[in-house]
Design a protein around this ligand. Structure first.
Ligand code: URA
Length: 205
């Protein structure tokens, strides 16, 4: 157990893990990215959120979910009655993957190999935090956590059991809500997202 194996102090073990992740070269994504964006939150958090990968702003700031998707996430989490500060927030992939286009960096989805390479970090984070409930935000997070392709539409709205025995819920990624062009659909999907978060929060005992 990494908790006891590193001096019995989960906080110190987490700090050491994060430090180690800063130098990660397990996949090629580290090279063009600014920095590793590791998970954040209390090591004794009951709730863990797993996103896809840092975006442009997260890559620059070094913190997860601080850009546009993070703002949607913050609002929805608060509406679901969750204090973000009490949750552990991380990503399936810890480097920003992008295509340069002029001055801009356009988000590019991580592939199966990159998700697999970065799974090791998620597993270490889970061993340390041991959350009661985990929420997969989108397909990449679900794939990382379950080790296989999961269909959000079929799996959302119910408690699932992870291969490591943990309880998890799958919902959409907040970026999906940002991309919806129709304001009415956006409203409906956002409300569903909040309901999914409430369900997850309610499963913490
Ligand atoms: N999208 C994610 O999946 N994670 C972040 O940290 C930011 C945007």
């Amino acid at each position: 157990d990494v908790r006891s194996g590193r001096g019995g102090n989960a906080q110190a073990a987490w700090a050491a893990l994060r430090e180690e992740a800063m130098g990660c070269t397990r996949c090629p994504l580290y090279a063009p990215a600014t920095q590793t964006v590791f998970g954040e939150g209390p090591v004794d958090a009951s709730l863990m959120f797993v996103g896809e990968q840092p975006g442009d702003q997260e890559d620059l700031a070094g913190h997860p979910f601080v850009g546009p998707a993070g703002q949607v996430f913050d609002r929805a989490v608060a509406e679901a009655g969750i204090d973000r500060a009490t949750a552990y927030v991380t990503n399936a992939v810890k480097h920003f993957k992008f295509e340069p286009r002029g001055k801009r960096r356009i988000h590019s989805s991580p592939n199966a190999g990159e998700i697999q390479a970065c799974r090791w970090w998620v597993e270490q984070e889970r061993l340390l935090i041991q959350p009661r409930v985990t929420v997969a935000l989108g397909a990449t997070a679900a794939r990382s956590l379950f080790g296989k392709v999961m269909t959000i539409g079929r799996e959302r709205g119910k408690a699932l059991t992870l291969p490591d025995g943990g309880t998890a819920f799958i919902t959409v990624h907040p970026s999906y809500l940002l991309r919806l062009p129709d304001p009415e659909a956006k409203k409906v999907e956002y409300a569903r997202f909040v309901e999914d978060l409430k369900l997850a929060a309610g499963a913490i005992r």
